[in-house]
Design a protein around this ligand. Structure first.
Ligand code: COA
Length: 317
């Protein structure tokens, strides 16, 4: 089906915030965060916005693919934490890397990279596109409530990208949306309209942790099975699974339910926390650069998040 991945790239900001540092800001502890979430430290951007981080990840993906920005025919990005409503994060990336192609964002929260990749794959299948850039870039630190211990300990900033081209290596994909804001939402506040009557929560990540947890495990397990079935393979034949890095216990439980050994899962949540739409492409890039991949390996990407949304795809390397 339609595409191949030519190269990947990732970027995280320099500033490391450890659990111990967070413990000086909210009532939490290194032990609680490691045990309940699996995060030891995360990166926080002190000056770069989502697009600036996205552009750095994009440059690395372009280098890995062996092409230049002016060869791109399309950029599809995902973010929920851009500093701008307009221009889109992808439009700003286009400017920063010196590309001249159409660029737009999709918003599917932490599943965003899967939605962006599938959208770009559909454009490639339509024809007329030689190279497309797909990315997820997030400065979540700007939308977190840093006094809320139930959310601020989980997330981090960063960006990941991939360059794709026409090919035959996108074996199956699935996207899912269950609309509603009761489990997970990021309200933007009400602005200063004198006409606004409704009460709106302030800008922050609002999350029911346990509901999200259950949704996450169900979606990962169901969608990995589904894409394997669609591609005509068994889940045992998948060589690597690149999951959204939201909670090590979610990954662990999904691995046990799928009966897939943890060694097949790419895990970096300890170092970066949950970087939303950047999480899957950062992890994918780590796998690619680890040197572990062999030609023909089967890689499943999967994510879940606000929307509610989830997505998975199967790529042959
Ligand atoms: N430090 C210490 N204690 C904390 C804490 C923190 N950072 N955050 C919450 N707690 C406390 C709670 O107040 C609660 O205390 P209580 O028992 O006195 O009421 C206790 O820990 C247990 O809280 P609970 O919410 O039941 O914990 P949990 O085991 O469900 O873990 C999450 C909470 C958020 C880590 C977990 O539910 C989760 O990861 N869910 C999925 C979230 C996710 O994937 N989000 C991203 C989606 S893209």
């Amino acid at each position: 089906m339609s595409i191949q991945v030519l190269g990947t790239g990732a970027y995280v900001p320099e500033r490391i915030v450890t659990n111990d540092e967070l413990s000086t800001m909210v009532d939490t502890s290194d032990e609680w965060i490691r045990q309940r979430v699996g995060v030891a430290e995360r990166r926080v951007s002190v000056s770069e916005n989502a697009a600036e981080m996205g552009a750095k990840a994009a440059q690395k993906a372009l280098e890995a693919a062996g092409i230049t920005a002016d060869q791109l025919d399309l950029i599809v990005g995902a973010t929920v934490s851009s500093d701008f409503g307009c221009p889109s994060m992808s439009a700003k990336v286009q400017e920063l890397i010196g590309a001249g192609c159409p660029a737009f964002d999709v918003n599917s929260a932490c599943s965003g990279f899967l939605f962006a990749l599938d959208t770009a794959a559909a454009f490639v299948a339509r024809g007329g596109i030689r190279y497309a850039l797909v990315l997820g870039a997030e400065r979540l630190s700007r939308i977190l409530d840093w006094t809320d211990r139930s959310t601020c300990v989980i997330f981090g900033d960063g960006a990941g990208a991939a360059v794709i081209a026409p090919g035959e290596n996108y074996l199956a994909s699935h996207l899912y949306t269950q609309g509603g804001e009761s489990v997970l939402s990021i309200p933007l506040g009400k602005g200063n309209s004198p006409f606004y009557e409704k009460d709106v929560a302030p800008l922050a990540v609002h999350m029911s942790g346990q509901e999200t947890f259950k949704f996450a495990v169900k979606q990962i397990v169901g969608e990995i099975r589904l894409i394997a079935e669609r591609a005509g393979i068994t889940t045992e034949q998948i060589d690597y699974i690149v999951p959204h890095q939201a909670n090590i216990r979610i990954i662990d439980l999904a691995a046990r339910r799928l009966n897939v050994p943890m060694e097949k899962f790419v895990v970096n949540i300890e170092r970066y926390g949950n970087t939303s739409s950047a999480s899957v492409p950062i992890s994918f890039d780590e796998l690619v650069r680890s040197g572990r991949l062999k030609r023909g390996d089967l890689i499943a990407l999967c994510a879940f998040g606000g929307g509610l949304s989830s997505g998975a795809c199967l790529i042959r390397w």
